[in-house]
Ligand binder design. Structure first.
Ligand code: 13P
Length: 253
């Protein structure tokens, strides 16, 4: 039985003053919830502050990005080793905003994935199709390509220490969620692909859904067999909304 996971991706939002109340509210609520892991991904500059605020609350700290390289002369970059040193447990990799706005290629994503695992952290590999790709019936081809690049580079066993997030680009920040059925269909395809290599890895792999998840639609998504939780953007900036999503995951066990 896979344990549910709800992760909040703050993206480029937050301030030291407002982070305090948000993290404390989530931490207090998460302590009471059973059967769900709750992770937060603040901007890098706030990781140390959030790590301190989380202490004793059982939350997981996640970075939104990591460098492709190891420590060295890479001005402005932050290595996976540094993120481990800062107390992170996991790192998002391949988010569609990184792919589309910052030109991250499949090859860069695979290298970052390996680098994150080498630092002892869990990569949260984001995959998902753009609207035009869905309309051209390319959804399955796109997500399997994005997953396949990582399997080819890192091997199937690497997915034992990873999380996958299916985030259709057309559903991110648009208020337009994939229906539970649409999401489940893609999650099942991803799991079946992993199962072609290893049934055991497929059975243990947590596949999150992301894209306009909120309290009102979370329970229906979590009721699907292959949806193991959510990667939440906008709604993770509200303690009430985010906690309600985590609560829905806890009662979906
Ligand atoms: P929204 O929940 O704001 O649609 O963002 C989803 C996302 O990109 C999480 O990584």
């Amino acid at each position: 039985m896979r344990r549910k996971l709800v992760a909040g991706n703050w993206k480029m939002n937050g301030r030291r003053a407002t982070n305090i109340g948000l993290v404390q509210a989530v931490s207090d609520a998460a302590r009471e919830l059973e059967g769900v892991d709750v992770w937060l991904a603040p901007p890098a500059v706030y990781l140390l502050q959030v790590a301190e605020l989380m202490q004793g609350g059982g939350l997981g700290l996640v970075a939104q990005n990591a460098a492709r390289e190891q420590d060295g002369a890479f001005t402005g970059e932050i290595s996976a080793e540094m993120l481990a040193d800062a107390g992170c447990r996991a790192v998002l990799v391949g988010h569609s905003e990184r792919r589309s706005l910052y030109g991250e290629t499949d090859a860069a994503v695979a290298e970052k994935f390996a680098r994150i695992q080498a630092a002892g952290l869990v990569p949260v590999l984001c995959v998902g199709e753009a609207l035009a790709e869905r309309e051209a019936e390319q959804t399955v081809a796109v997500v399997l390509r994005q997953l396949g690049v990582v399997i080819d580079a890192c091997g199937i066993d690497a997915l034992e220490r990873a999380v996958v997030a299916y985030e259709p680009v057309w559903a991110i920040g648009t208020g337009r969620t994939a229906s539970p059925g649409q999401a489940q269909e893609v999650h099942a395809v991803l799991r079946a692909e992993v199962a072609r290599y290893s049934g055991a890895v497929a059975a243990g792999l947590r596949i999150l859904y992301g894209g306009s998840v909120k309290a009102a639609n979370a329970a229906a998504l979590f009721a699907e067999a292959d949806i193991d939780g959510a990667l939440v953007g906008g709604a993770s900036l509200s303690a009430d909304e985010f906690v309600a999503i985590a609560r829905a995951a806890s009662s979906a066990r």
